[in-house]
Design a protein around this ligand. Structure first.
Ligand code: AMP
Ligand code: ZN
Length: 459
């Protein structure tokens, strides 16, 4: 398998620490609000990475954290007059429901930062002992000047480190101005009752030390893979490397994977900008969470993507066609080895999902292969795509609603008059309502696309 490693900027052959095993850590949601569809781009990328390894018969240990203590969660809980736990558990539960709706497999371990305060304190104590961290009046800071190759993940030049002697308390700051960052923030009145006792002083952890402590606790000092969105390269992942390697003297991560950002109308989407869409907003626009997932598969995970309703609606139409094809094809076929070989080549080449999707359509249109074999092969691919195709039952003889029947009749009329453009447009309209239409010498046959799983419904 080949993976683009942010650490080297190169496509590299993946070599696991232990044969046939892979341990991966993903930065999870900060649970102070509902995750937006940009976050889900990254979380779906994580899920695809896991599924690709499973398709390759690896034993996967997938770990994700829940950031339930940081500047943002504290601020929000204070603004809403809720306890930190009340606020964060509410959004954690919403997150768990949302991941199910986009078919993200639950990670093997989902770890809360607040359940790892002891590990965090131990790591900070070790960094203090090693003199890589120091105490200031408002907290414990990491001394970036004492770290070997600080900032190499983000391409920060060593000269710029010497220019800066400042400290930064906030969890997020600018790459142009790297500074000593807070590992532990001493208690302030704004933090309310959010504080833990430590030998070096009562307070709370900085954001990045949380991930270092949890990742090492769950996966050991060196991880095969660590992922996140590209915004996390600096400061978060840069600081994770510095802290972890400072504490263990071992390489922290072998392969760093970073996903491209999702913009809305060419503007970066983020919770702090308030221009974000949630999965529920898509559903209000008749876009199913699974159509959104399919749309994401059609772009490479490292490229930036721009969300527009039209683009996702077009993807939804394609998905409905694919589902219709599965529903209309008989079960009991064989998985085609020639196609799975090409599929594996695509997904093992830095998770090239657009190529895998294109291959799926090539298979649908291949006239030398029986519909049953196509169906079996595409359902095998879906172990990676996660569109729920295997759960689609064979078509049901459902009642056809009058408005769908009217569309079918209108289509038959224009089709017989050989107005194929109009007839195609009407077919799309019928499909967008969850029905397939097949022309036969006896007239059109209309079937409902039926699923055992409500989340695979498209409309
Ligand atoms: P957060 O909940 O803000 O900690 O973010 C969770 C994950 O979503 C992180 O891996 C971020 O890098 C990622 N993320 C945030 N915004 C976007 C976006 N607009 N597009 C893609 N990924 C994002
Ligand atoms: Zn993290």
């Amino acid at each position: 398998m080949k993976i683009h490693n942010t650490l080297t900027g190169k496509l590299e052959e993946f070599i696991p620490l232990t044969k046939n095993h892979v341990g991966m850590y993903h930065c999870g949601p900060t649970v102070y609000d509902t995750a937006h569809i940009g976050n889900f781009r990254t979380f779906i990328m994580n899920d695809i990475v896991r599924r690709v390894f499973e398709y390759n018969n690896y034993h996967v240990m997938q770990v994700m954290n829940v950031t339930d203590i940081d500047d943002k969660t504290i601020r929000r809980s204070r603004d809403e007059h809720k306890s930190l736990q009340e606020l964060t558990r509410y959004y954690e539960n919403l997150f768990l429901k949302d991941i199910e709706s986009v078919h993200i497999l639950p990670p093997h371990k989902l770890l809360r930062a607040t359940d790892h305060i002891n590990e965090i304190i131990d790591m900070i104590s070790l960094l203090l002992e090693k003199d890589i961290a120091y105490q200031s009046n408002d907290g414990i800071y990491f001394s970036i000047g004492k770290s070997k190759s600080y900032g190499s993940l983000a391409g920060i030049s060593p000269e710029s480190l010497f220019k800066s002697q400042d400290r930064v308390t906030n969890d997020e700051y600018d790459k142009e101005n790297p500074r000593d960052f807070a590992l532990w923030k001493f208690h302030t009145p704004e933090d309310g009752d959010v504080a833990w006792d430590a030998l070096f002083g009562r307070g709370r952890p900085g954001w990045s030390i949380e991930c270092s402590a949890m990742a090492i606790k769950a996966l050991g000092p060196t991880l095969d893979i660590h992922t996140g969105g590209s915004d996390l390269i600096f400061p978060h992942h840069t600081n994770e490397i510095a802290q972890s390697e400072g504490a263990t003297d071992k390489p922290f991560v072998r392969y760093w994977i970073h996903g491209g950002f999702m913009n809305v109308d060419d503007v970066k989407m983020s919770k702090s900008k308030g221009n974000f869409l949630k999965l529920a907003d898509l559903e209000k626009n008749s876009i199913s969470p699974i159509a959104f997932r399919y749309w994401l598969l059609t772009a490479h995970y490292r490229s930036q993507i721009n969300f527009t309703k039209d683009a996702v609606s077009a993807a939804q139409n394609a998905l409905i066609k694919l589902m219709g094809f599965i529903v209309d094809s008989p079960a009991g076929g064989n998985i085609r080895k020639d196609y799975t070989a090409k599929f594996t080549e695509a997904i093992n080449n830095d998770f090239n999902m657009p190529q895998a999707v294109a291959l799926t359509w090539e298979l649908v249109h291949d006239t030398h292969i029986s519909p049953a074999d196509k169906r079996a092969t595409i359902i095998d691919f879906d172990r990676v795509f996660g569109l729920g195709l295997s759960e689609l039952a064979t078509p049901v003889e459902a009642e056809i609603p009058p408005e769908v029947q009217a569309l079918v009749d209108a289509r038959e009329e224009v089709r017989l008059a050989k107005d194929f453009a109009k007839s195609d447009a009407l077919r799309k309209e019928i499909e967008s309502r969850g029905f397939t239409v097949k022309d036969t010498p006896e007239g059109p046959i209309v079937k409902k696309i039926h699923s055992h799983d409500e989340h695979t419904h498209c409309c």
